[in-house]
Design a protein around this ligand. Sequence first.
Ligand SMILES: [Zn+2]
Length: 204
Amino acid sequence: MSAHSVLTIRLVGGHPALDLLNTVDLDRPPKDQDVLRCFRDDTFWAVRVGLLSSSDREFLLDMGERSPSRARQAHVELLHAREALRLVVRAEVDGAAVNPVAAKDFEQAVAAALAHRRFSIFGSPPGWRWLADDIDAVQHRAILGAADLLADPARRPITVCAGTDCGWFFLDTSRSGKRRWCSDAGCGTASRVRRLRRKRAAES
Ligand SMILES: [Zn+2]
């Protein structure tokens, strides 16, 4: 389903990596509607999907104010990584070979993300920590999450919504494994209405 802003976009992907792909409508006219329009948008979106805490966001926004050109670059690079991820996921959905340039870009983005994590024995429990002072935090967290998702042998296949002009991705976690719509109330209802209209037109 289409969305208007980073604050109102519906999160139906079932995973932040898929919600990231759904921030831009490539299949729904008018094309290229993107809710991630700037570095600030990226940080608000990341809080909504649970990749950043509110204090992480404040910290990032301060960094962005101090280095506006670097913040702009971080935004552009997030969109670039998103496109690489989209091509990787699309290939899985289509059962096709991954575009080699996208594969390389995605793997490089994962490597960059990994370089910003450290294992710390301190804390309860000990675990992986993100380095502070990372203006690319949104990209790094989203891309590493995407890599974990793709590598998860227990996950369901990634699905594309069957709605007309939709194209949103989601992880089907339904018991039946037959979810067809990004949202039953949106694309599901629209499809049922269209089918009913066609049926009535055929009967009249
Ligand atoms: Zn849909």
